[in-house]
Ligand binder design. Structure first.
Ligand code: PGA
Length: 261
């Protein structure tokens, strides 16, 4: 069965103290009421990673970074390498977020290199794809997403692909309050799974987790998760407070949980 995942992307929010307090509270709540089938991940800024890893040890919460350097190591002032992330106990890394593509010029070529470096250092990439509003209006959204997948994932072995998570994040839905409809999400997720099948084979495609991101909230999460090709969410705004984040993570139907969530 595919792993269900709900990951919180803090972006550039929270001081160190706020991040520490949030993580303590989240772990306490998650240990009591987390959905048994859902992997919860928090992705704070770099400076929080150490304390977040320590506080989530032996809990149901895992930790991811929001980026890593495109080079292995060297004279790259201000950068943080995949090897450094691994050394503090980070398990995941978000790569290709649209904010990185737009504001920091990350191309598919750069992202191909980053994904390889992340995998080499035993980090699991959460690779983001998605079209802009203009691209959807021009009816080229499938082409755009296909290119983002083909250019970056081609050449990875099935074993490497088994450690990759994909997040579909329509750029027009990020931070706008406008989420994709359940039908739009399912249509694109099924398309992504097909493209992954073409690149890496049916078995990789069947097992890969594809998350939806873009204004995911407690009020709309269940209607998005209900789709057969949606395996969870990448959450921005709603991941910054414990209760909404937990609600988004717990919005999957649950059999046999005794009404805990
Ligand atoms: P949002 O952000 O939930 O605030 O729309 C999602 C993301 O950017 O990952």
């Amino acid at each position: 069965m595919r792993q269900k995942i709900v990951a919180g992307n803090w972006k550039m929010f929270k001081t160190w103290q706020e991040g520490r307090d949030f993580t303590k509270e989240l772990v306490g709540m998650a240990n009591m009421v987390a959905h048994p089938d859902v992997k919860m991940i928090i992705c704070p800024p770099f400076i929080h990673l150490n304390i977040c890893v320590a506080l989530t040890e032996n809990s149901v919460v895992s930790v991811g970074a929001q980026n890593c350097a495109v080079e292995e190591e060297g004279a790259y002032t201000g950068e943080v390498s995949a090897k450094m992330l691994k050394s503090v106990g980070v398990e995941y890394v978000i790569l290709g977020h649209s904010e990185r593509r737009t504001y920091y010029g990350e191309t598919n070529e750069i992202l191909n290199k980053k994904i390889r470096i992340a995998l080499k250092n035993e980090l699991k990439p959460i690779y983001c794809v998605g079209e802009t509003l203009q691209e959807r209006n021009d009816n080229i959204h499938f082409d755009v997403v296909k290119n983002q997948l083909v250019d970056v994932l081609t050449g990875l072995s099935p074993e490497q692909m088994n450690n990759v998570v994909i997040a579909y994040e329509p750029v027009w839905a990020i931070g706008t309050g406008l989420n994709a409809t359940p039908e739009q999400a399912q249509e694109m997720h099924a398309f992504i799974r097909n493209v992954v099948s073409e690149i890496s084979g049916a078995s990789v495609a069947e097992n890969i987790s594809i998350l939806y991101g873009g204004s995911l909230k407690p009020e709309n999460a269940a209607s998005i998760y209900v789709n057969p090709d949606v395996d969870g969410g990448l959450v921005g705004g709603a991941s910054l407070q414990v209760v909404p984040f937990m609600s988004v993570a717990n919005a999957f139907p649950c059999k046999g949980c005794g009404g805990k969530h």
